[in-house]
Design a protein around this ligand. Sequence first.
Ligand SMILES: NC(=O)c1ccc[n+]([C@@H]2O[C@H](COP(=O)([O-])OP(=O)(O)OC[C@H]3O[C@@H](n4cnc5c(N)ncnc54)[C@H](O)[C@@H]3O)[C@@H](O)[C@H]2O)c1
Length: 254
Amino acid sequence: MKTVVVTGAAQGLGREVAERFAKAGWAIALTDIQPLDALAEMLTMEGARVSALSGDQSDPAFVGRLAAEVERVHGAADVLVNNAGISSIGPAEDMPPAQWERVLSVNLTGPFLLSQAFGRPMLARGSGAIVNVASVAGLGGVIHRAAYNASKHGLVGLTRTLAAEWGGRGVRVNAVCPGWIKTEMDAKDLGSGAYTDADIENRVPLARFASPADVAEAIEFLASASFVNGVCLPVDGGWTADSSWDALRLKTRD
Ligand SMILES: NC(=O)c1ccc[n+]([C@@H]2O[C@H](COP(=O)([O-])OP(=O)(O)OC[C@H]3O[C@@H](n4cnc5c(N)ncnc54)[C@H](O)[C@@H]3O)[C@@H](O)[C@H]2O)c1
């Protein structure tokens, strides 16, 4: 039985990824800064082999404990999905340095530490795959998201570098770059008044938000696609492909 480690599994996209892999017969190692007991119990009742450990992924001591726990329970991790992340919205000139540091720590240093901790045994075995959850904000600038965008651009760079460095030893590293997804993160950001549903629906050629399932499907593909390495795949309904202005795009929907 293969094992996947899913970070940020308590809600949103991470939860969807955990449920999807569990249904496909994988053993699941859940982790999140929030409690995971209810999800672990539900997946176990459905027949999955599950471990769960809560903690802060930006803390190297926690990541070390997590790697030891996954090895103890599952033996080895075949796939790591670096999904956990936090958003941060506001004018760049007003961002407190501590907030910048926190976003970079969680969204970039965390995935790096996890890639090291789970990548070392993958390299020793000569096989494994890592899928990082970046964003369209890792491929282009988005106003009022300086730290978030820097962290996701960093994650894209880390993905490409690890793919180059580890590919020859059997470890593939890829990323998904989703557009806006309907999750708890989106509900919080929408609630702050930063944007509306219509803003996003008008901007996306497919004229809707992504669902967690839309993105989880792409993550599952990258986890298993044997000759795909170093790809940062937009899962964005055409957002990054489309340089049109909104009025022109909306005309095509008449
Ligand atoms: N929702 C979107 O529109 C969107 C778009 C593009 C990319 N993403 C990315 O997708 C990923 C998942 O986002 P989501 O929308 O499901 O968000 P979410 O806020 O619903 O879930 C994120 C999860 O990460 C966990 N987490 C936060 N900080 C952590 C830490 N320090 N250590 C461990 N776990 C921590 C949270 O507790 C939460 O369960 C994130 O990396 C996000 O940046 C989201």
